[in-house]
Design a protein around this ligand. Structure first.
Ligand code: OGA
Ligand code: MN
Length: 323
């Protein structure tokens, strides 16, 4: 049983409920939050996410809103515990039925190893689909209610490559001029998985899959309620600005994506086995970096916390369409 191996303070864990309760006050003193990136991203030490007391959970939650990306090393966390910890932040998204790494549950399995432990060839349809993660994106912005946060855990990592990079859209927003802020303030953007995946391969998504994820409208500018900070909200799934001509629309989305992904707004995470990284999809972009997948396994699992509601109200769409 997992718990027998865990030591909390000086108390050997033999009976889960009791030892977790006794461990709490000692745990709180140990949680340490250290900024590691430019403008955002922090490392959290001194906590095992499988055993977080309420006080520590509140510290982690506050750090998450402040830093947007949190890195936890050396986590002993089973899939069920990963789901249970994620669930404390809110409802979880279910993976899409047609997603090759999903299949209708709370956990995305993202990796190049099949059920028999064999490497999946890089040209296999599952790998080609997941290569969409190499584009700067924010998770499930193509859903009616886009994701709040994602929690990605590393089971196997390659000796080099395979990093995940994060970009801070809210820090990039802060650099916009007053005129630029006014221009984008009320825009509505259509996010479309078929659009972003077509950049990899126009034939990739089946008709059934396209039907499962029709384009969705999202606000271009969002206010993150916990901090009151504004951010723009773009990424690879941002296909077109409602009511704008195609070329102007593309130019603005491309400009904002390029702005946020400049080195001064990017944190690159070099994975070690048992790292768990969580990020705020409302104000961060991310992308996976290549590695030698023909030789080395990279196996990750991810949970996704659902957002609070739609980002755009219908009246706003109507106004935009008139302009
Ligand atoms: C994801 C994702 C990138 C990676 O899990 O949402 O985009 O580096 N992953 O695996
Ligand atoms: Mn992703």
């Amino acid at each position: 049983m997992r718990c027998a191996q865990r030591v909390i303070g000086t108390i050997e864990c033999t009976e889960p409920a009791l030892s977790i309760r006794q461990g709490r006050s000692q745990e709180s003193k140990k949680v340490n939050i250290r900024p590691i990136g430019p403008h955002f991203a922090a490392e959290v030490n001194g906590v095992q996410l499988a055993d977080v007391g309420d006080d520590d959970f509140r510290r982690i939650e506050a750090a998450f809103y402040e830093h947007s990306v949190l890195v936890f090393h050396e986590q002993q966390i089973s899939e069920d515990e990963h789901v249970a910890f994620s669930r404390r932040f809110g409802e979880l998204e279910m993976t899409m039925v047609n997603d090759p790494s999903g299949g209708g549950g709370p956990v995305n399995h993202i990796g190049n190893v099949d059920a028999h432990g064999r490497l999946i060839p890089m040209d296999d349809a599952r790998m080609v689909y997941n290569s969409g993660n190499a584009l700067w994106h924010t998770d499930s912005s193509y859903k009616p209610v886009p994701a709040k946060a994602s929690l990605l855990f590393a089971e196997h990592v390659p000796p080099s490559g395979g990093e995940t990079e994060f970009a801070c859209m809210r820090a990039a927003y802060d650099t916009l001029s007053v005129e630029e802020r006014e221009t984008i303030e009320h825009l509505v953007v259509e996010h479309d998985l078929a659009y972003s995946r077509s950049k990899i391969d126009p034939e990739m998504m089946s008709e059934a899959f396209r039907t499962e994820v029709p384009p969705q409208r999202q606000a271009m500018v969002r206010v993150i309620p916990e901090t009151g900070r504004k951010t723009f909200y773009t990424g690879a799934h941002a296909a077109r600005i409602v009511g704008w001509p195609e070329d102007r629309s593309r130019a603005l989305i491309d400009r904002l994506n390029a702005l946020a992904t400049q080195p001064q707004f990017v944190y690159r995470h070099q994975w070690a086995v048992n790292d768990l990284v969580m990020w705020d999809n409302r104000c961060c972009l991310h992308r996976g970096r290549p590695w030698d997948g023909a030789r080395f396994p990279r196996v990750m699992r991810r949970t996704t916390i659902a957002g609070a509601g739609p980002t755009v109200v219908p009246s706003r769409v109507a106004e935009t369409e008139r302009t």
